[in-house]
Design a protein. Structure first.
Ligand SMILES: Cc1cc2nc3c(=O)[nH]c(=O)nc-3n(C[C@H](O)[C@H](O)[C@H](O)COP(=O)(O)OP(=O)(O)OC[C@H]3O[C@@H](n4cnc5c(N)ncnc54)[C@H](O)[C@@H]3O)c2cc1C
Length: 384
């Protein structure tokens, strides 16, 4: 196991850090306040190669290892979790089309996604199918050279601002997980509408919403992979997605710690900086320990994926531990700032609101614990 990022990884981290601190972090408060989606940073992100992280060079991408990806997402997450989340979803969708798409599909969408011209969204969840993703009901019926989609998708990151939607729909009523098929649907396709936009606790500048399909006709050429392979395609992105969420939430925790540590050294109470009180020192020490441990778990999971070793348990551990830790760290950061932590003049309340969803999406943390227990205990954990 490595203990040090390579020179190249450190260089990439520094470049991304500079961009994120100059172009993203200073705007994050306003974007949150106005629930504003900053489309204008997609192109600069593309110019830096950050919108094609999972796309081969031959298809116009700038592929990076999972470990380098984790380093990148931590930096973007530190500047703004909303941006990091829609960027991670976009990269995942571009990567899926690059991997599972045919020549024509790659030609049509992948290069333009990798450069940041087109934005992607991932549409699996439904009202009754979140953790239980195999239970999707949105239907796709074959009709000649087309499929006709009817139903709704929920919780879609970038709904309404994305150009390309990877939609997982049921093509076979009877076959459970094997009856799901993936489709690429472009915005403005007749019969496809954006429904309600969610009013969320946090992550305000990353729009989340509903998709509505009413007799939406898409050519069979838009099917991604074989009929019935949809869930396999969706789940193939799971380990990487979990590592990314671990990295992003670690970034948010680091941002919260930095604010809290600085504040504690400046804020005076009882005639001295509050950092002089052991109660505050212990809080800060615990926060720092959680961040370091999260980062190492994320790096380890990413490293295992890069090495081609079984990584699912480690990805689940990284996602679960990092997001639980980030929730604790951001909550403690609010505590360190006292009343100032509870108001919007300081960013820590936003970090706390934003990071909560890290424990919920990309597999809720109960689900991660199930994955870990099954990996450790085998059959015993799947009984009952
Ligand atoms: C901001 C945001 C963005 C999202 N973006 C996307 C997106 O881009 N694309 C997409 O497809 N989805 C997206 N989602 C959906 C997300 O993946 C789901 O919310 C998540 O999988 C949980 O599903 P659920 O909300 O239906 O909760 P449920 O599955 O109803 O779970 C509710 C609670 O029950 C627990 N639970 C469920 N099953 C078990 C079990 N077997 N054992 C123990 N506990 C269990 C869960 O852990 C959770 O605490 C997003 C969600 C949010 C909030």
């Amino acid at each position: 196991m490595f203990l040090r990022l390579s020179d190249e990884q450190q260089e990439i981290r520094d470049v991304v850090r500079k961009f994120a601190r100059q172009k993203i972090a200073p705007q994050a408060e306003r974007w949150d306040e106005e629930a504003y989606f900053p489309r204008e940073i997609l192109e600069p992100l593309g110019e830096m190669g950050l919108t094609g992280l999972l796309v081969p060079e031959a298809q116009g991408g700038s592929p990076q290892s999972r470990l380098t990806g984790a380093v990148i997402y931590e930096e973007v997450g530190q500047a703004d979790m909303s941006t990091a989340v829609w960027l991670a979803v976009h990269n995942m969708v571009a990567g899926l089309i690059a991997r599972f798409g045919d020549e024509a599909q790659r030609h049509r969408w992948v290069t333009r996604m990798a450069t940041g011209e087109l934005l992607g969204a991932f549409c699996l969840s439904e009202a009754h199918a979140g953790s239980d993703a195999a239970n999707v009901r949105c239907a796709a019926r074959r009709d000649g050279d087309d499929y006709v989609l009817s139903g709704t998708k929920f919780w879609v990151t970038s709904a309404g601002v994305a150009d390309i939607y990877a939609v997982f729909a049921r093509t076979d009523e009877g076959t459970g997980a094997r009856g799901v098929t993936a489709f690429i649907i472009e915005k403005d396709t007749p019969g496809f509408q954006i429904g309600k936009r969610e009013r969320k606790m946090g992550l305000h500048s990353s729009p989340t919403g509903e998709l509505v399909f009413e007799q939406c006709r898409v050519p069979a050429a838009n099917r991604l992979g074989a009929e019935g392979d949809g869930l396999k395609i969706a789940l193939s992105s799971l380990d990487g997605g979990r590592i990314n969420i671990g990295a992003i939430t670690t970034g948010v925790a680091q941002a919260a710690f930095d604010v809290a540590a600085r504040y504690a050294q400046e804020r005076q109470a009882f005639g001295k900086p509050i950092a002089g009180f052991e109660g505050i020192q212990f809080l800060l020490a615990d926060m720092a320990m959680k961040i370091e441990a999260s980062r190492l778990l994320v790096y380890q999971a990413a490293f295992k994926m890069d090495e081609g070793e079984p990584a699912s348990m480690y990805a689940a551990m990284a996602k679960c531990f990092a997001s639980d830790s980030a929730m604790a760290v951001t909550t403690d950061a609010v505590q360190v700032l006292g009343g100032a932590g509870y108001v919007r003049d300081w960013p820590v309340e936003r970090y706390m609101r934003d990071v909560k969803v890290g424990q919920i999406f990309e597999g809720a943390n109960q689900i991660q614990r199930i994955v870990i227990a099954r990996a450790l205990l085998g059959n015993v954990a799947t009984m009952g």
